[in-house]
Design a protein. Structure first.
Length: 653
């Protein structure tokens, strides 16, 4: 009897699953309810059959006797009571479970309807089981409309994406692979909606695909943003391409402009070299023959005339040098000939002042030198700094007050970085409206009011040279009280060791003819230059002068009759002077002969190149009479009577 009671009373024997029916193995609510009803019906039928069987058995055994009837009644009555109680209890439990199931399904349905996406269940055979209400927001169709028209799904797929979607759907149906794809859908109002669909396959008991369960998201905003970004990227790439093309064109233009500028600079450099040669060549004859006449016995009037010629020639030579220097600076080629090094300010100032003292005495201007340490030393080119100071000193004297003016030179380091040289005068000063024209070439501010000689190039050259050396020139002026020019140069990191600066070499005196002998070969194509050298060498009796007007002839003559000294011009009709010098140095018969180059090319770069190429000395045209004789004496005087040994390489002039 115990097992019977346990069977009838234990409610765990027939558990009811409260899981929402729409998601239990793909089954729906009606299928779950019918299963439960069938199970309860079988339970009721079984209990009744058992009670009836027991009663029937009791009647047969007792053959209808009253005792047996009572026995059967006593047995069957409790059973029927238990059955009735069981049925009543199960009905209440069933109602409670159904209420909980309904509530769970309602909550789940509300959750699905809040998702901003379409949630669906679709049978492989083509029937929609469930579609969430969000389909109306996305596509404009109600769930009922969509579920009753299964063909709508494929019809509303964008024609351009339809084939791709169908291929993906067929692959999922045949293989059971998940369905993941992005495509376009035309809504009821013909809007294009970009969607992403993610679905899984639910299989039946035999493993065959039976249901699609998935979610469809609206990705239109993302796609539009991506399209806009792609458009921006395309526009950016287009602009970059256009800008790149513009830059390439500009760069090509800059390259062409650079090449044109380089060609122009090269042409200008060649012009300057040729102009220097062509301008200095006639000056060589003017000043050379002038110096010869000046050293000859002349009447006082003739001597004065020759002096005027030589003086004018030197002024013209100075003008030529200033113009060429200014042109070289403007073409940025001057830096090639600068030697920037620590320079003693005191020494350069004193050397420059010594050269202008006669001019200061002529104008009655007093020279005052204040302490020049600091700055002590500055970084500059010694000769170019001296050229700048000479321009400033001569201006300070010429534009000062006659017989009562003062030229003052001082130094300072105002900022601890640059050394300053101050050049002050007590002249009338410079008008403020004229300061903008101060460094303009050939523009003399007071040319109309003051009869002071000058070319109007001094300050322009001084400014250009100062800046080429890495310095700066400034001016302070007060009308009626004077002007101060300030030269600022970088300070050296270390100072040079104390050494005595070599002074100018004393020019040789006219040597007796008995101490000179030898042969000089002069390779020169200009007749006036040849005549000048002949006149100069005539002052050294005992020296034979040979000449050749072509480089090739001069080299052959040197090989046949090796001279004691070769004077060589750089500009020859058949070859350059440098090529002639290379041939002489390459031949053992002529390699030891001293070579002195005479040329109108006066740039330091050219001089250094020629000396490095094998020349023993370099004389710039116009030739100075005393310098030519000095070189001749050095190389042709007998060693036993020479006052000094010839230097290996030296530039003169």
């Amino acid at each position: 009897m115990g097992w019977v009671l346990e069977t009838f009373i234990d409610p765990a024997e027939w558990p009811l699953d409260p899981t929402p029916s729409a998601w239990v193995g793909g089954a729906d609510k009606p299928s779950v309810s019918s299963n439960q009803h069938r199970r309860l019906a079988w339970w009721y039928a079984g209990a009744a059959a058992a009670a009836g069987a027991v009663s029937y058995l009791a009647v047969i055994v007792t053959r209808g006797r009253s005792l047996d009837v009572r026995l059967v009644s006593s047995i069957t009555a409790p059973i029927f009571v238990l059955v009735i109680a069981r049925v009543s209890g199960l009905s209440g439990e069933m109602r409670r479970v159904q209420v909980e199931l309904a509530r769970a399904e309602e909550r789940f349905r509300m959750l699905l309807e809040q998702i901003p996406a379409i949630v669906y269940t679709f049978e492989v055979g083509g029937r929609w089981r469930y579609v969430s209400p969000y389909i109306q927001t996305m596509y404009g169709y109600t769930p009922t409309e969509w579920m009753h028209q299964p063909e709508l799904w494929l019809e509303r797929v964008h024609p351009a994406d339809r084939e791709r979607v169908m291929a993906k759907d067929a692959n999922s149906r045949s293989t059971g692979a998940p369905f993941h794809i992005e495509y376009r859908v035309r809504s009821r109002d013909d809007r294009v909606v970009w969607v992403r669909e993610d679905a899984t396959i639910v299989t039946d008991e035999l493993g065959r695909p039976s249901l699609f369960q998935g979610v469809i998201f609206d990705i239109t905003a993302r796609r539009e943003a991506e399209a806009a970004l792609e458009g921006l990227n395309a526009e950016l790439e287009r602009r970059v391409a256009e800008r790149t093309a513009e830059l390439e064109a500009a760069n090509h233009g800059l390259v062409l402009a650079k090449e044109a500028a380089e060609h122009a600079n090269q042409a200008k450099s060649e012009f300057l070299s040729r102009a220097s040669h062509e301008l200095r060549t006639p000056m060589n004859a003017i000043l050379g023959f002038g110096q010869l006449l000046e050293s000859s016995p002349l009447s006082p009037n003739d001597r004065d005339s020759v002096g005027q010629i030589v003086k004018a020639g030197h002024r013209l030579l100075g003008l030529i040098n200033d113009i060429l220097d200014l042109s070289r600076v403007e073409t940025n080629r001057f830096s090639l000939s600068l030697s920037i090094e620590p320079v003693s300010v005191t020494e350069v100032v004193r050397e420059s002042l010594d050269l202008v003292r006669p001019l200061a005495a002529q104008h009655g201007v007093r020279i005052v030198i204040e302490p020049l340490d600091p700055p002590g030393h500055v970084l500059a080119d010694r000769e170019r700094l001296k050229q700048v100071l000479l321009n400033l000193f001569s201006n300070a004297i010429k534009y000062n007050r006659d017989h009562e003016g003062t030229l003052e030179v001082s130094g300072a380091i105002p900022d601890g970085v640059g050394g300053v040289i101050r050049v002050s005068d007590t002249g009338p000063g410079i008008p403020q409206d004229a300061l903008g024209r101060l460094y303009v070439p050939f523009d003399r501010i007071d040319a109309a009011s003051r009869p002071i000689g000058g070319k109007g190039l001094g300050l322009a050259v001084a400014k250009a040279l100062t800046e080429a050396m890495g310095g700066r020139i400034d001016v302070e002026t007060q009308e009626g009280r004077g002007t101060t020019f300030l030269l600022t140069f970088p300070l050296p990191a270390t100072l040079p060791a104390n050494t005595d600066e070599a002074g100018e070499l004393d020019r040789p005196q006219e040597a007796p003819a008995s101490v000179h002998d030898g042969t000089i070969l002069y390779i020169e194509d200009n007749m006036s230059n040849l005549a000048l050298i002949k006149r100069i060498i005539a002052r050294r009796p005992g020296i034979e002068l040979l000449s050749a007007m072509q480089g090739g002839l001069g080299v052959e003559l040197a090989r046949e009759r090796p001279p004691s000294l070769v004077l060589l011009d750089l500009h020859l009709p058949d070859m350059s002077g440098e090529e002639a010098m290379r041939q002489l140095r390459a031949d053992p018969r002529t390699s030891g002969i001293p070579i002195v180059v005479t040329s109108a090319e006066a740039t330091p770069g050219s001089i250094q190149r020629i000396l490095a190429g094998g020349a023993n000395a370099y004389l710039t045209k116009p030739l100075d009479l005393h310098e030519v004789l000095e070189v001749v004496d050095r190389f042709l005087v007998r060693p036993s009577e020479a006052s000094r040994e010839p230097g290996p390489t030296e530039a003169v002039g």
